[in-house]
Design a protein around this ligand. Sequence first.
Ligand code: BDR
Ligand code: CA
Length: 315
Amino acid sequence: MKVIFDTDPGIDDAMALLYLSKLPEIELLGITTVVGNADIATTTRNALFLRQRFGLAAPVIQGAGETLDGKVKPEPVAVHGHNGLGDIEIPAHVDETGLRAGTAAQFIIDTLRAHPGEVTIIAVGRMTNLALALRQDPAIAGLAKQVVIMGGAFGYEGRSGNITPAAEANIYGDPVAADEIFAAGWPVVVVGLDVTHDIILSEDYLAALSAEVGENGELLRQMSDHYARFYKEIMGLAGVVGHDLLAVTYTLRPDWFETRSGPICVVRDGIAAGQTIQMPAARKGGHPDWANRPAQLVCTAVHADAVLRHYRETV
Ligand code: BDR
Ligand code: CA
């Protein structure tokens, strides 16, 4: 399966990238970066560092450093630390040979055009790069096999936002981009907080990764120390949430998920900016904001035990 990984590393982004590196079914074509868990220079540096650590051949292509509305909305450092990777020590010089010139948006366009109908985009940061690619070349919507997104909170399983009561961080970070992605005619699957909050990596689980996976397992465990403090103090959770790795699981094992189909809108501004709302597919017609949009899939439930077992066995 050909994959573009669009990311803002990010601790759970690193977990997802290690997963991708170990799956023989996945042919990783490129890692595109976006501002989010840190600024764009930092997320790109982190992607290069992780690429080298995980022995990946795919190039890194730097993407958007600003959101479509031009607002700078840095993620609170409490979540991923100052360096985006839980403030673990990163070598001062990372290997930049994997950095490819050009923009992430152009890379997405060129790759979809080179492999029509074959490429899955897994997007686990703000959706700015994808929206820029779509604006530049709207026909690419007909060329992607599938777009799997980590983002949003739809109220299924009673889940609300994480950065505000209404919004999840990736969508809040660029609600205009997200709204454009959901309105486009490509098949989108949304892996949001409705399911990612079922994927809790406990202290014991992380210790097992460290013991069984070796130095990259230990790297994930060290990064997660910072992340765990945030989840304990702010969210009252014992463990860390593996949001982004779940988008990877979906591409391989959609049968472990339940989904709902229907058009999706994003609140673009105001107090509820970034809120994601899905209309049930059964409710046909209605207001043109909804009726003119394609039905997309939102994950509403997941077999969490199977996911956690598969992740541990794979990495
Ligand atoms: C999402 O926001 C980022 O902090 C994480 O990497 C994840 O993609 C969770 O809301
Ligand atoms: Ca992310």
